[in-house]
Design a protein around this ligand. Sequence first.
Ligand SMILES: CC(C)(COP(=O)(O)OP(=O)(O)OC[C@H]1O[C@@H](n2cnc3c(N)ncnc32)[C@H](O)[C@@H]1OP(=O)(O)O)[C@@H](O)C(=O)NCCC(=O)NCCS
Length: 284
Amino acid sequence: MRVESKMVVEVRQPASLPEFYQCEELQRRIWGTENPVPAHILIAGHRNGGLLLMAFEDGRPVGFCFGFTGRDGDAAYFYNHMLGVVPEAQNRGVGYLLKLKQREHVLNAGFNLIKWTYDPLQSRNAALYLGKLGAICKKYAVNYYGEIRDALNAEYESDRFIAEWWLNSPRVLRRIKNGGKHLELSDVDSRVPHALESRVDGCVRRAAKVRLDLESERLLVEIPWDIGFIKQLNLKLAIDWRNKTRAVFHEYLSRGYMVIDFAVQEDEKRSFYILSKETDTSST
Ligand SMILES: CC(C)(COP(=O)(O)OP(=O)(O)OC[C@H]1O[C@@H](n2cnc3c(N)ncnc32)[C@H](O)[C@@H]1OP(=O)(O)O)[C@@H](O)C(=O)NCCC(=O)NCCS
């Protein structure tokens, strides 16, 4: 986690009405959206069982997360709808601090699970959610939101992982204890086979070899280091990444694998999900 020592980051609930309105501006800056979730929804949600947390760096708002109670049959959990950090404060551990504070509040409210969706092709999100926080994914949803017209999501289908963060699981407690350190590819057994691997194509990598017939306990699935850059450069290549990863995740998740971790090869700017056949979710 790279919180720069001279920066003081405070994570707390909004203390006044204007702070709720600051979250509209944060959304414009983070997602490039012209249609932020309005402050009145954040206010109503926060005051009725939801939770809005904001991060302030030296007193200036730089990020927030917002969620509410969710229910699936008899099971109740907390559902996080938005987490965002402004570009100039990203990669310094602010997202991690917001999630840790959210975990504290949600545990106090009596829940032991937080769920959210995210785009499986967003490598930094995967590093934070699976790598640093210890969330897992068992479900892949095709085009979950339909078309989203913001700068991060426009122009290709909004496939999502449903992330599950089991707040008191051994996996999560271990991650918190080690300060949210994520894996390097060199930490992963080199015999673990690749269900999807890339090859260099000009200044980016393209999804290349796909294998849907593997049976081993663990699998690696590569994703792009920076899907946003690929989208800008060549939308067809980004769509190809979407289609190939969709096929791979659909195949293995429907066969009972789950996504349990994430590893990077930082010098090569490569990113890999780790899938496992482990079915004992009590140890997750
Ligand atoms: C996703 C987001 C909330 C994360 O917040 P953040 O403050 O940047 O996250 P953190 O700094 O705690 O963690 C990010 C980690 O990813 C690493 N990282 C950065 N770019 C990466 C990449 N391309 N691939 C893999 N890891 C990457 C960082 O180095 C950091 O790990 P470290 O602490 O071990 O160095 C923030 O980047 C953001 O707002 N993004 C845009 C909006 C968005 O996608 N929101 C989530 C929608 S579900």
